[in-house]
Design a protein around this ligand. Structure first.
Ligand code: SG5
Ligand code: ZN
Length: 256
């Protein structure tokens, strides 16, 4: 089920046409961007990212869903980032990836290099807003952690379009972040999909992670079982937005 937009560039509902129906998509502070060395400013005040309760117990259950644009896992409201000016509570995580023929699908690029895939852990400012729907269009509403992946996820994430939701056992979400949480890029940006609200404080980790197939087993099993019940279907791939103009934004780095 496509809600009136897709990722293909020049197609009538593709990303080149998002601004016609979603004006913010053609506005300021858009994401993703190319994290270019020449552009970076070292900021010694950027502290290591600290996350709370990312190590979920398998006794807990998470909901896995697919809206036709990505696959997302709802997260425990116990999970948060504590090292920013406000506390940001986790809401969901999702991925952007390429395809088997072109295993390059990250949204942020580093000196124009596109990684195989990118994980986004979406949090909302729970000091100021009661829930994510209230926070989503506020300038200080969201904080997303971005993690570049070097290994393509398509083998486990090649599932079909479906509105189904399944419960999966929780696992250690910290294992989806790189070991070093002190080295990252930081800038003010937006949602990378319509309606492209300029509401996201972006943190993109410097170090990519490589995950084994095994680490994705929980997700994969759920996806395959969702898939099996779905006959008329369409594969979901290349769900990334092109990089956007940096304009006069400051792009900070926590490292030299
Ligand atoms: C994906 O990216 C997510 C959106 C997310 C946007 O399209 O979709 C999924 O994960 C499939 C369900 O998440 C939802 O729509 C959650 C219901 O939008 C948000 O997170 C809005 C708060 C854009 O997020 S991104 O900028 O990090 N890429
Ligand atoms: Zn995303």
């Amino acid at each position: 089920r496509f809600e009136g937009w897709g990722f293909g560039a020049s197609r009538p509902q593709g990303q080149d046409h998002w601004p016609e129906r979603y004006p913010y998509c053609g506005g300021a502070l858009q994401s993703p961007i190319d994290l270019e060395s020449d552009l970076l400013r070292f900021d010694p005040t950027l502290r290591p990212i600290e996350v709370q309760n990312y190590n979920l117990s398998p006794n807990e259950q998470l909901t896995l869903g697919n809206n036709g644009h990505s696959v997302q896992l709802s997260l425990s409201p116990m999970m948060s980032i504590s090292s920013l000016h406000n506390r940001y509570t986790a809401a969901q995580l999702h991925f952007h990836w390429g395809s088997s023929s072109r295993p390059a699908g990250s949204e942020h690029t580093v000196n124009s290099k596109q990684y195989a895939a990118e994980l986004h852990v979406v949090h909302y400012n729970s000091d100021k807003y009661p829930n994510i729907s209230t926070a989503v269009d506020k300038s200080d509403g969201l904080a997303v952690l971005g993690v570049p992946f070097t290994q393509q996820l398509i083998s486990v994430l090649s599932f079909r379009l479906s509105d189904q939701k399944v419960k999966v056992p929780a696992f250690n979400i910290r294992a989806l972040l790189p070991t070093r949480l002190d080295e990252y890029y930081r800038y003010d940006g937006s949602l990378t999909t319509p309606p492209c609200y300029p509401s996201v404080l972006w943190t993109v980790f410097r170090n990519p992670i490589t995950v084994s197939r095994k680490q994705f087993l929980t997700l994969a099993t759920a996806l395959y079982s969702t898939n099996a019940q779905d006959s008329a279907s369409m594969s979901l791939n290349n769900n990334y937005r092109k990089t956007q103009p940096v304009d006069n934004r400051l792009v900070l780095a926590s490292f030299k």
